[in-house]
Ligand binder design. Structure first.
Ligand code: PXP
Length: 238
């Protein structure tokens, strides 16, 4: 059974929309744990559009399950990871103008820099996973760098608009998943997974971790909205 890593970045996105203190990702992490999350995932982006440095520090102290920090290989962020020591770092590519992480890390094209950061993190006792597209060559390059796992980018599967295209993308994930397992890598998957498309991915052989954010936070807003309105209404009608 795969473990569930809940990505709580968008709790911070809502907070940053007003630069205020609510909602606090620290509260969200505690509730996600109560709901059964096996891990809490956060992405400290260079532009700090959602998660802030303070969140990383406080979550490091308060999260009781695995803390997975997604990050680019930028020096400043690497230093923060080395200081806070999350259980796991997932290295991702990052472009300032992107809405979300758009593609996997090009491990082949950035072998030297990625390898250097992998070693720094591993020397600090941090497990490293690389977020890559489902391509065998990237998996082999990841294995050569000695990481413990890879996270396959499920964005193309999630974006597929026909059943045939979705089956095709699932097949690519399955082939890549088998290659990862054969290479001795832990198999993680994530990006764009929803309540509607997650089941075939969760059933893939040997999946160890799914990282899901947007869909869970989107549902949380809606399933909680009715109660939130009722509570405000009660306050103003007394
Ligand atoms: N995994 C990685 C590496 C990501 O960058 C993201 C998005 O931050 C996710 C998983 C979660 O994606 P989503 O929010 O679409 O569920």
């Amino acid at each position: 059974m795969p473990r569930l890593g809940v990505n709580i970045d968008h709790i911070a996105t809502i907070r940053q929309a007003r630069r205020t203190v609510e909602p606090d990702p620290v509260w969200a992490a505690a509730l996600a744990e109560l709901g059964g999350a096996d891990g809490i995932t956060i992405h400290l982006r260079e532009d700090r559009r959602h998660i802030q440095d303070r969140d990383v520090r406080v979550l490091r102290d308060t999260v009781q399950v695995k803390l997975n920090l997604e990050m680019a290989t930028a020096d400043e962020i690497v230093q923060i990871a080395l200081q806070t020591k999350p259980e796991q770092v997932t290295l991702v590519p990052e472009k300032r103008e992107e809405v979300t992480t758009e593609g996997g890390l090009d491990v082949i094209g950035n072998r030297d820099r990625v390898g250097q950061v992998v070693r720094q993190l591993q020397d600090a006792g941090i497990d490293v996973s690389l977020f890559i597209d489902p391509e065998v060559a990237q998996i082999e390059a990841s294995r050569d760098l000695g990481v413990s796992g890879i996270e396959l980018h499920t964005g193309c599967y999630a974006d597929a608009t026909t059943e045939a295209a979705q089956a095709d993308e699932l097949q690519k994930l399955q082939v890549a998943g088998a290659a990862a397992r054969n290479a001795g890598l832990l198999l993680h998957l994530g990006h764009g997974l929803t309540y509607r498309n997650v089941i075939p991915v969760a059933r893939m052989e040997g999946v160890c971790e799914l990282n899901i954010g947007h869909s869970i936070i989107a549902r949380a807003v809606l399933v909680g909205l009715e109660r939130a309105v009722r509570e405000m209404k009660q306050l103003i009608t007394i």
